[in-house]
Design a protein around this ligand. Structure first.
Ligand code: SAM
Length: 287
């Protein structure tokens, strides 16, 4: 009996074509069949790479039936690559059902890692949290979106959120409304010509986006800071005072307050009050 083939899950670039890996090219060249989210879109990438292979469409509307066809091919000994339009398949993209079927059938599944917008964004977010949560796309409807954010609000992990340009303003407004003020790093068009990485706070993110329609265009990944621990009030106060102490030693109050708000994610008013408080002569309790 013919040994089954391997299902290779192959990452493709999220913008810059040079981000394709050597191994991805080797595997795409070697396989018998390529399952692609959009065969026309991926056909262009393959043409650029000088690769011509049999293809089958596997997208969110036919994943179940297309997966069965692919599994038959694998069981018949064919080597298959799975690709999506951009980035890593099965990450907010079709592919998980095919992979699950292959695993259930005892077929070898092998990753060919490469670009993923979530990891690319996280790598430039500078979030100190020990762990992060991949949220992917939040629900399109505001009520559901806010409900899901409410469920995530107490988690200490940084959150990685995918968002479409037509919802970016609403999404950022809801993030602020539900999570309060936190750090956010807005990343847009990563690896492309208009790549943007902007670190700010949820209180200021909407204004920054609204200030220029160009800033609302393209593909977004938002990285949002996690909830502070339960003792957050004290811990965040300590952090604010520590930050202000350093900044006030070098800068005028207004600049120190502006920077402290951006660095700590605290409201400007609070930073200002704390700065004033810190500048009062301290009362010595023994006096
Ligand atoms: N599987 C892909 C991956 O591994 O990143 C994600 C596919 S998901 C359908 C598409 C979303 O990923 C976009 O709406 C955007 O949120 C994000 N994305 C994809 N490419 C991006 C890029 N170059 N810059 C920023 N975000 C990107």
């Amino acid at each position: 009996m013919q040994a089954p083939g391997t299902l290779f899950v192959v990452a493709t670039p999220i913008g810059n074509l040079s981000d394709i890996t050597h191994r991805a090219v080797e595997v795409l060249r070697m396989v018998d069949l390529i399952a692609a989210e959009d065969t026309r879109h991926s056909g262009m990438l393959l043409a650029t790479l000088g690769i011509s292979r049999r293809m089958i469409a596997l997208h969110q509307h036919n994943e179940q039936s297309a997966s069965s066809v692919v599994i038959e091919q694998l069981l018949a000994g064919q080597q298959v690559a799975l690709i999506s339009d951009a980035g890593t398949p099965a990450i907010s993209d079709p592919g998980a059902q095919l992979v699950a079927q292959a695993l259930a059938a005892g077929i070898r599944v092998s990753p060919v890692p490469g670009a993923s917008a979530a990891v690319a964004a996280m790598s430039v977010a500078g979030m100190p949290e020990p762990g992060w949560l991949f949220v992917g796309f939040l629900p399109a409807r505001a009520a559901q979106r806010r409900k899901q954010l409410g469920e995530l609000a107490s988690l200490p992990h940084a959150m990685v959120i995918y968002e479409a340009p037509h919802r970016i303003l609403d999404c950022v407004a809801d993030l602020y409304q539900v999570l309060g003020d936190r750090r956010i790093v807005l990343t847009r068009e990563l690896t492309k010509m208009f790549e943007t990485v902007h670190a700010t706070t949820l209180a200021e993110a909407g204004t920054w986006l609204a200030a220029d329609p160009q800033r609302q265009r393209g593909e977004f990944v938002l990285v949002v800071g996690g909830a502070l621990p339960d003792t957050g009030q004290d811990a965040s106060n300590d952090q604010l005072r520590h930050t202000l102490a350093i900044l006030l030693a070098e800068l005028p109050v207004s600049q120190a307050v502006h920077l402290a708000a951006r660095l700590t994610g605290q409201r400007k008013n609070l930073c200002y009050q704390t700065a004033l408080d810190m500048q009062q002569p301290q009362t010595n309790s023994r006096e």
